[in-house]
Write a new protein. Sequence first.
Length: 314
Amino acid sequence: MSEPAHPLCPVTGAPAVRRVQTVDARLLAALWRIVHRTDPRPSFRGAARFGLWESPTGLYFFDPMRAGDAGFYAGFYRSRFMRGYLRDSGRAEFGLAAERLAPGARVLDVGCGFGTFRHRVPQADYTGLDPHFSGDLAENPWARAQTLAEHLTERSGVYDAACAFQVMEHVEDPLSLMREMAAALRPGGLAFVGVPHVPSAQSRIPNWLTNAVPHHLTWWTDGALRALAERAGLAEVEVLVSPWSSSDVFVHWLARLSPVKAIRRHYRHAAAWHLAPLAAALPAYLASRLMPLPKPGSDEGVSLLLVARKPPLP
């Protein structure tokens, strides 16, 4: 059988340099139903297998791209872990962004969820954007149930900061989203993009579903984020490592204590791969409650944070 053509990187458009592995859609569907009690099959839209590919920037991406639909997330976000994480205003990436924002800054939070970031920037003029916002808009005047493209027809080029925390990895066209974020900024405004990365604790946990399609479609690197910013016309690029916080350090301990490490492959139908995270779960939970947080620099952290500026007008 001939080798399939290498798909194109969703950031640069260059062909992937290698296929990391192929994942059977039936394996992922069974794991999602058993572990998280949600069915990804409608989101898979008939795909029988997924390739996990590496681009020249180091970006890992699934092909075909299949983002989770509303039914998938209705099930996934019922879990206590996800509810706690999404409502945790103590996440380190929030702090890294908040310290760069001046009082009165006009802040757009793309894919805001519950609007948790606003608690870290009480001094800001905060707008949260989420087309699937689940709260009462009358009681949450800071929220807009819109896509970014819809919002730009009303407010383009006015924000001092545009943020997307753990959003970019969920979309099938990250470059288009980054360009829309740049369009929302005034000249000199800042963009903040927090994403999961590779290599990382998440990528070392065998059969770790949070990193799998249809939830995470991309795993990022410093080079991939810099390429994303460059193609969106942004400058003064920094890529920071977000330290662990109390709501996500469980992942650090699960990766460290799992007796099986996912290095060359990340998903596999094998008893040891299914049982290893289960065996490590209780010790990891206890360690996440009793042990101090890993010190900055001693671990690659929970995620990467891109900080980039829209160039001023000439």
